[in-house]
Design a protein around this ligand. Structure first.
Ligand SMILES: [Zn+2]
Length: 213
């Protein structure tokens, strides 16, 4: 899942206006932010295997530190408390941690069984929504549209948020229907670059959304 996670972040920012959109994006994508770093370090592994599931050519072979339930909760709490603003640290921190945890839940729904609960465990989980392209599209686009709609309702200026949402949608559909990526290195580096880009663009859109208020 990609833009579904970001839809949840848009919704969380709408529910807690003091949260910054870019920070919410990073929290909702936290496991995917940690993952490329651990892949580069040789700690986690994935392969490009077209047909592994209908939706993605990526086969996640080993990613217990970035994607196990326990580590997602730990990383989410650490990130949440560090990134929250001082005046509402606990509330924002817990919300950011919940966003990180929502990443695990949504990955559990979409991935085929490949998610452990703790590092070192052999049992892996996943409901495998990615085995159906249409079910994936419906669930993910509905999440994204709902989150963006909630965000737009409270935005003073909507154009920049709509431009960001449209770009994310195009990139996502390109990933779904385009050719498989050329190499694992290309995937790893684009995943690495995506996070600061989302953070920067999300906060920029958020400043425009708050303008005039
Ligand atoms: Zn993930």
């Amino acid at each position: 899942m990609f833009i579904g996670h970001l839809g949840v972040a848009f919704g969380a920012r709408a529910a807690e206006p003091r949260l910054r959109l870019g920070t919410a994006f990073v929290a909702a994508q936290l496991p995917d932010a940690i993952w490329p770093v651990l892949v580069l370090a040789g700690v986690e592994r994935f392969a490009i295997a077209p047909g592994d599931t209908v939706v993605t050519p990526l086969r996640f072979e080993h990613y217990p530190w970035s994607h196990s339930l326990s580590m997602v909760v730990v990383a989410g709490l650490a990130f949440g408390l560090a990134a929250a603003e001082r005046r509402s640290r606990l509330r924002q921190g817990l919300l950011l941690a919940a966003l990180a945890a929502s990443h695990f839940v949504l990955d559990w729904i979409t991935h085929r069984p490949d998610l452990p609960l703790v590092p070192g465990a052999e049992a892996v989980y996943g409901l495998g929504l990615w085995n159906s392209l249409w079910a994936t599209l419906v669930v993910e686009l509905a999440l994204f549209a709902a989150g963006v709609a909630c965000y737009l309702r409270g935005a003073a200026r909507r154009g920049p948020a709509l431009a960001l949402a449209a770009t994310l949608l195009v990139v996502h559909l390109g990933n779904l229907f385009g050719p498989p990526p050329p190499s694992t290195t290309a995937v790893t580096f684009s995943a690495l670059l995506l996070i600061p880009l989302l953070w920067w663009w999300g906060n920029r859109v958020d400043r425009a959304a708050r303008a005039g208020r």
